[in-house]
Ligand binder design. Structure first.
Ligand code: FAD
Length: 474
């Protein structure tokens, strides 16, 4: 039996169930394939940081797979719709009777997989999807009513119960196979759609670097994580998000590293590791939300009433925000950190996102796109979840009337302005803020309140908007 493993968002060899299954079943060898789809990446708003990191991870994956005797084939694809046919022809060309992949949670990706299964079935080629992109299969977690969770706290409780029932994920590393005489493809250093960018050298893609950083974090920083995680001038978080987003590191590997250090009884862990586990569960939660509530993949808010918020139509506030020139130092410093490094500290992501969507009343989707385009760790589920949280449009979001004061946030989390001075290309306080914080906060509260009241007056019993002519907007 020959098998094909199709890599997507899981560019690693360790704790990769689809690779393990394909290699275990491939008594006559296993071949790996990855489709480079720049057009699709562009459609999904990727920028050079994410695309270049992906290619760097792919290059590293090719070497790791070569040491296991598995050749990695790559195909550049312009039209995403061609992928299912190409998987089929690749499996036929190499005589593979099985294709294995890890489940993706997007709508387009789910459709692509369904089409692929149909194509492969015409030749009796088995297509198996594994759960390798979350610690446990998040689509299986359901409330007592059988519905997906929209709120984090009960999800987290159910997640912990489920993992205790199922047992912790087993750590797996495949054994090398005998040479099957197929040469791997060479990986392009960059794609013409995604030019090189200045921060690329900061992020060394690939599984080994992810594992090295994980080890350093667990040994030196996890213990102080709950104390340091909100101070953006301290290297108190793991900065593992780019590796987790591209799948060069699995969240299961992170959990296993915590267990190796603190034992399996996570309820008894000290605050540091316990809080870090909680963040990994947030990651699982946003994947669960994406699978359970497909509207998030369709550019829609989770809260239908927020469709009535009249977002700012003047482009000037968004322009000031994206160029780090709003005059609010912590916000501008965050944008400059992002533009220079492709990464922004979580506390500052929350501050900048809330300032854009509340004080500037700019549509959260514009911020979501900008982050997607500039983050090296861009991940649809976490980015959408973060933006909908900040904009109060999400499932378990900040209430619309609880608006961060960015200057007070800066005083609390960056009291000596170490972070601001590091990233701001001007003297702090040297430009006048583009909005009055107090006035714009009140305006946001009034605008959201108004939208909610209007909605309550016009929605039907299922929460759908009813237009003046009686037609429904679902
Ligand atoms: C507006 C906004 C946009 C965001 N966009 C992204 C994104 O595109 N990609 C992304 O990976 N994260 C995103 N996040 C979540 C979070 O900011 C980053 O995961 C975190 O800053 C990454 O740094 P770290 O690896 O040092 O995290 P750590 O604090 O070390 O946490 C470990 C891991 O847990 C996960 N995690 C941590 N916090 C969150 C969270 N709030 N939601 C979901 N997962 C989390 C990440 O995978 C992270 O690498 C966003 C948050 C906000 C508020």
């Amino acid at each position: 039996m020959k098998t094909l493993v199709w890599f997507r968002n899981d560019l690693r060899t360790i704790d990769n169930p689809s690779l393990k299954a394909a290699m275990d079943a491939g008594s006559n060898g296993c071949i790996a394939v990855f489709f480079i789809t720049p057009r699709q990446w562009k459609l999904h708003n990727w920028g050079s940081p994410k695309a270049c990191f992906q290619l760097d991870c792919l290059t590293a994956l090719k070497d790791e797979l070569e040491s296991l005797g598995v050749p990695l084939l790559t195909r550049s694809v312009q039209i995403q719709e061609d992928v299912p046919t190409l998987v089929h022809s690749c499996a036929r060309q190499y005589g593979c009777q099985q294709v294995h992949a890890n489940r993706d949670c997007g709508i387009d990706e789910t459709r692509r997989d369904e089409t692929t299964a149909g194509h492969l079935a015409t030749d009796n080629i088995e297509f198996t999807l594994h759960d390798g992109n979350s610690i446990i299969p998040v689509h299986e977690i359901r409330s007592g009513k059988g519905t997906p969770y929209g709120v984090f706290a009960p999800f987290s409780k159910a997640w912990k119960k489920t993992i205790l029932e199922r047992g912790f994920p087993e750590s797996t590393k495949p054994m090398p196979q005998a040479d099957i005489g197929i040469r791997p493809c060479s990986i392009p250093d960059q794609s013409s759609d995604f030019p090189d960018w200045s921060g690329r050298g900061l992020w060394s893609g690939g599984e080994r670097e992810g594992l090295r950083r994980l080890d350093t974090f667990i040994r030196n920083h996890a213990g102080n994580y709950s104390r340091d995680r909100d101070t953006p001038s301290i290297a108190g978080t793991s900065t593992l998000s780019p590796w987790l987003s591209s799948g060069a590191l699995s969240a299961a590997t992170c959990l296993n590293a915590l267990i190796a250090s603190h034992g399996p009884e996570f309820d008894t862990w000290p605050a540091g590791p316990s809080t870090w586990l909680n963040e990994l569960i947030w990651r699982e939660f946003y994947r669960h939300v994406m699978l359970g509530f497909p509207q998030v993949s369709m550019n829609k808010p989770m809260q239908p009433w927020t469709e009535l918020v009249p977002w700012e139509s003047n482009p000037a506030p968004l322009d000031a925000w994206t160029s780090g020139e709003t005059g609010i130092d912590i916000v501008d410093a965050g944008i400059h950190q992002l533009l220079q490094t492709g990464w922004m500290h979580n506390r500052v992501r929350m501050i900048t996102a809330m300032f854009l969507t509340k004080n500037l009343l700019v549509d959260w989707r514009a911020g979501e796109r900008f982050f997607a385009n500039h983050l090296v760790d861009y991940d649809f589920a976490s980015n959408n979840g973060g933006w909908q949280w900040a904009a109060s449009t999400g499932t378990d979001a900040a209430p619309y009337f609880r608006i961060f004061n960015p200057q007070r946030q800066a005083e609390t989390w960056d009291p000596d302005q170490t972070y601001i001075r590091k990233w701001l290309p001007r003297t702090p306080g040297s430009i006048k803020p583009i909005v009055d914080l107090k006035q714009s906060r009140q305006q946001a509260i009034d605008t959201f309140k108004n939208a909610r009241e209007t909605f309550e007056g016009t929605a039907d019993e299922d929460g759908r908007l009813v237009a003046a002519n009686g037609s429904r907007n679902s």
